[in-house]
Design a binder for this molecule. Structure first.
Ligand SMILES: [Zn+2]
Length: 351
């Protein structure tokens, strides 16, 4: 029996027309007890249709198999690419919440920072480890206690009390349960400090209204694309603010510049630094469309004071290399000290 014959069910092509003659044309032996199927009206009794199908059938099946294999390969490669660029939880958003709190170091001291980078939406696979490493080195340099986790169950009253500042390093999506969010809100308003980096201000936090209203204050629209990251000039806006101490009036950073519907200044937030929109190409150029992402007033670092607490958001941190820039390290170091409540208030007078 030929290889081609064995690839198909016995009698498949000989179903049409006079089956017995097809078996002979397919060089197959009739099975024991085989009863010929009567000719059908569209099958020629002389076996013509079988010969035709004999030739066409394997080709069609082969093409279908190739198409199936190519389709499967395409799907698998697409999923691998989605995972590789960190977009898995954008395609498949997660609402997984942790329930068992991590054990904390016993020697955190009074100035500990909690670095949180759980990603239930986009994951910055380069910026998160890069930022976490720099934050750890800043903690060592300044003798701050330090704990980094992606376990949202760390957001409970007892654990949060051990920290003076919580940093969301590109934490994204629906990462905390209602109870964990409530514990964090209470802790912050009672005097905690918060620093949000990069994706902490993207659109994946919309479901947490308090967070957007009090810590971000702006609705994310998009980031530049084509190219995705560009060097641009950052201008210090409030040069005499404690967070800007030691920083030059302007400096350059390469970044995946984010834009928002309007400046957080509109909602009463206080910008500390803005990006000069003439120093880069503020467009999202993708699939032939050019979306204008200019905001006019385009803050990239801003603060808010909530109850007794302080918050600072900084848009920079897409790549690990962003955290290597001395000016940015200085800003983050200052931000931790300020958010903790040390030194001058730096909080705007509120009416
Ligand atoms: Zn990014």
């Amino acid at each position: 029996m030929g290889g081609r014959d064995t690839a198909f069910p016995l009698g498949f092509f000989c179903f049409f027309g006079d089956s017995a003659s097809k078996y002979s044309s397919c060089s197959q032996e009739l099975p024991v007890g085989y009863k010929p199927i009567p000719p059908r009206e569209f099958g020629a009794p002389d076996g013509t249709s079988c010969k035709y199908l004999d030739m066409l059938g394997p080709m069609v099946i082969k093409i279908l198999k190739w198409l199936l294999a190519l389709g499967l390969a395409f799907v698998l490669l697409s999923l691998a690419a989605i995972w590789y660029i960190g977009a898995w939880n954008i395609v498949f958003p997660s609402s997984q919440h942790d329930e068992v709190a991590p054990a904390l170091p016993t020697d955190l001291g009074d100035n500990a920072i909690l670095v949180f980078s759980k990603t239930n939406s986009f994951r910055h696979k380069d910026g998160i480890p890069g930022g976490n490493a720099v934050l750890k080195s800043l903690a060592e340099k300044n003798d701050w206690g330090h704990f980094a986790t992606e376990n949202g169950a760390a957001f409970n009253d007892a654990s949060l009390q051990k920290f003076s500042v919580v940093i969301f390093n590109s934490a994204s999506g629906d990462m905390l349960s209602d109870a964990q969010e409530a514990a964090f809100q209470d802790w912050l308003q009672a005097g905690g400090g918060w620093i949000g980096i990069h994706a902490a201000g993207d659109s994946s936090h919309k479901g947490w209204t308090w967070y957007v209203d009090n810590l971000i204050g702006a609705d994310f629209t998009a980031h530049i694309m084509g190219p995705q990251t560009q060097a641009a000039t950052i201008n210090a806006e409030l040069a005499d603010h404690p967070v800007m101490a030691g920083l030059p009036p302007s400096w350059e950073q390469e970044e995946e510049w984010y834009s928002w519907e309007e400046s957080p200044r509109v909602r009463g937030f206080t910008p500390l630094a803005t990006v000069d929109e003439t120093s880069y190409d503020p467009f999202q150029r993708i699939f032939g469309s050019d979306r204008d992402l200019r905001m006019g007033d385009h803050p990239v670092v801003w603060i808010n004071c909530i109850g007794q607490g302080r918050s600072l958001y900084s848009a920079m941190g897409h790549w690990a290399s962003a955290f290597d820039i001395p000016e940015y390290q200085q800003l983050l170091e200052n931000a931790v000290v300020w958010a903790r409540g040390e030194g001058p208030s730096g909080c705007p007078e509120k009416e």
